[in-house]
Write a protein that binds this ligand. Structure first.
Ligand SMILES: [Zn+2]
Length: 198
């Protein structure tokens, strides 16, 4: 245990995902020894990112503007929506360069154990987007695990009656994993080989 602010810093850093107590200590001591100018820049950036970055009002991707870069891009196909759990999955799908449509970020997956039901996700918002007749296909790209599958099944039941084509990524993604960790070749293939979910 360290004293005062150093201990506070270690405790805060330890709250970050993937940072265990040892790493928290290492980062804290790195910051203590670093040039004050560099530390200041990092601190300012942390504050700035929270002030400037918000969520796209259409798809809920992260954005510095009211609408994200993808929703604003007229070259993106408005007829196909790719539904993902988190905005980091948008990055994963973008990396494959297989997808030229637009997105909808749910903000998680249905997980009764964690108390996450459909009403906690941006499903209502998705369904209201589907009232736009320009959208003809939904690609469900939830994580290949239990929660992701449950979410995809739920969404298929909700969307199919609306007359919109629903497809799912082809199998081949590592089961139990997280979309963002799939390599881009595998994810790209899963996209190209997508199958009807109904
Ligand atoms: Zn957007």
């Amino acid at each position: 245990m360290y004293e005062g602010v150093v201990q506070d810093l270690i405790a805060e850093l330890g709250q970050l995902p993937g940072v265990g107590p040892k790493s928290a200590q290492r980062i804290a001591f790195h910051l203590l020894q670093a040039d004050p100018v560099d530390v200041r820049r990092l601190a300012d950036l942390l504050v700035e990112v929270k002030q400037r970055v918000k969520f796209c009002s259409i798809c809920f991707n992260v954005s510095e503007e009211e609408q994200c870069r993808i929703c604003r891009d007229p070259r993106r196909d408005p007829s196909v929506l790719c539904v993902v759990e988190e905005y980091k999955d948008v990055v994963a799908v973008e990396r494959t360069r297989e997808f030229r449509g637009r997105y909808h970020v749910l903000g998680g997956a249905i997980s009764p154990i964690d108390g996450v039901g459909p009403e906690q996700l941006r499903i209502k918002e998705l369904l209201s987007r589907l009232s736009d007749p320009v959208i003809v296909e939904i690609i469900l790209a939830t994580d290949p695990n239990l929660e992701g599958e449950a979410t995809a099944t739920y969404l298929t039941r909700q969307i199919a009656p609306l007359g919109v084509r629903v497809s799912k990524l082809a199998s081949g993604l590592p089961v139990g994993g997280d979309l963002e960790y799939a390599d881009e070749v595998t994810l790209g293939r899963a996209f190209a080989g997508r199958q009807s979910a109904t």
